[in-house]
Ligand binder design. Structure first.
Ligand code: CTP
Length: 403
């Protein structure tokens, strides 16, 4: 999933031949999951039609301060447009538009909106090679950068003039990847690796039967998504679930038994910055696994169980740089039991679920948790969706790293 997904993108088009490429640019933004609105300078409409862009963006395209069709003049609010945007892209940015933006000379809707926008603004300049390196243009780039704007360098190749050199607007794919990379690099958890366990484990009895539990895995998957959304690189070790995740920041490792989960986790644990144990790992497993399906015979049947390895305990034992978060599911003496688990498993934070709380627990969309940190500071939270609880957990990680 692109970091542009869900973002409001305002595309300002000025009048250069490269404007014809903005149709592809709009399509790529939409494909990345962004919402797009387009504003155009009057001159740009000679190069690409508003109809093309409104069809692709699925939104009206604005190019003047008001619409006066059918005598009902309607003001196109550049302030609203500017404030709507999460990011603004000026593509192509002609020498004329760049210069006017540097000076705040706001004689069209694109420039007025630029002056109203509080979001990051990216410029994709397009002009002939000598114009591109003219001291006036270079000075304008410097000025725009000093305003906090970003310049997406023009590319080298054949130009509309027939000359060849640097000045072509960056290709739409390259504009998208420039912006994506810039956003990704600024995400607060960029550079942090988080190991998360999720779901149940299945402990085999024979080739067709197992001991399992009702964990859906949703809590762990939501934590993974929340962390990835903020730029963390996530390793999600999950037992069998029906869930899927499609995010380039999340590596999913599917396991079945608690031993598989233990082994998979310890391939990564040493190097991670954070470990979050959200899995409902079986505490016991059959001591022996029958090699053939067990036949029904006697009226009573006893399976001897042995303890599984406690993955979280092993994390606590080997803890160095890792910020370690565990879960506790309790039905009585919740706080005292959770505090004991913090000490026993050497945790930094425990997320306590009480089954006595309405709306908490397995196979629910909601959760009500209490955070207890290693200094035993207790923070009861409200009943929330599991997504919101996941965000709260990741906010604890952010607070720890002060990002
Ligand atoms: N956990 C784990 N490996 C296990 C058992 C538990 O990593 N074999 C982790 C869980 O993911 C959870 C935490 O330990 O983060 C608490 O699990 P829980 O079953 O509530 O506690 P236990 O320590 O097993 O104690 P008890 O079952 O007696 O409450």
């Amino acid at each position: 999933m692109s970091v542009l997904s869900g973002k409001n993108v305002l595309l300002g088009i000025s009048g250069g031949i490269a404007a014809y490429k903005t149709a592809s640019l709009v399509r790529l933004f939409i494909k990345a999951g962004a919402h797009v609105q387009v504003i155009m300078t009057p001159a740009s409409k000679d190069f690409v039609t508003p109809l093309t862009l409104s069809t692709l963006s699925k939104n009206p395209v604005y190019s003047s301060f008001y619409n006066d069709e059918e005598q009902e003049a309607e003001w196109n609010n550049h302030v609203d447009l500017g404030l709507w945007a999460d990011l603004m892209v000026i593509a192509p940015a002609t020498a004329n538009t760049l210069s006017k933006m540097v000076n705040g000379n706001c004689d069209n809707l694109v420039i007025a909106t630029y002056l109203s926008a509080k979001c990051p603004v990216y410029f994709a300049p397009a002009m002939d090679l000598d114009m591109y390196i003219h001291p006036s243009t270079v000075q304008n780039f410097t000025a725009l950068k000093s305003f906090g704007n970003f310049i997406i360098p023009a590319e080298t190749g054949d130009l509309a003039s027939g000359l060849s050199g640097q000045g072509r607007m960056a290709e739409p794919e390259n504009i998208i990847s420039f912006i994506e990379t810039d956003i990704e690099n600024k995400l607060p958890l960029k550079g942090k690796t988080i190991l998360i366990t999720a779901g149940p484990t299945y402990e085999a009895i024979d080739p067709v039967r197992f001991i399992g539990n009702h964990s859906s895995g949703k809590m762990g998957f939501d934590i993974a998504k929340s962390a990835a959304h903020l730029g963390a690189s996530v390793i999600l070790v999950t037992g069998p679930t029906n869930l899927e995740v499609n995010n380039i920041f999340i590596t999913v490792i599917n396991v079945v038994s608690s031993q598989d989960m233990y082994d998979a986790c310890h391939r990564y644990y040493n190097d991670v910055d954070v470990a979050i144990a959200a899995a409902a790992v079986a505490d016991y497993r059959p001591k022996t696994i029958a090699s053939q399906k067990i036949k029904k015979a006697a009226d009573n049947f006893v399976i001897e169980l042995e303890k599984t390895q406690d993955i979280l305990y092993s994390f606590g034992l080997q803890k160095k740089q890792q910020f370690l978060i565990g879960f506790a599911l309790e039905t009585e003496n919740e706080i005292e039991n959770a505090k004991a688990k913090i000490q026993k498993k050497n945790l930094d934070l425990i997320v306590l679920n009480s089954l006595q709380d309405e709306g908490a627990g397995f196979r629910k969309e909601t959760n009500k948790v209490t955070f207890i940190d290693k200094n035993f500071k207790i923070e009861p939270m409200l009943l929330k969706s599991k997504e919101a609880v996941a965000d709260d957990i990741i906010n604890k990680v952010r607070a720890y790293f002060d990002v």
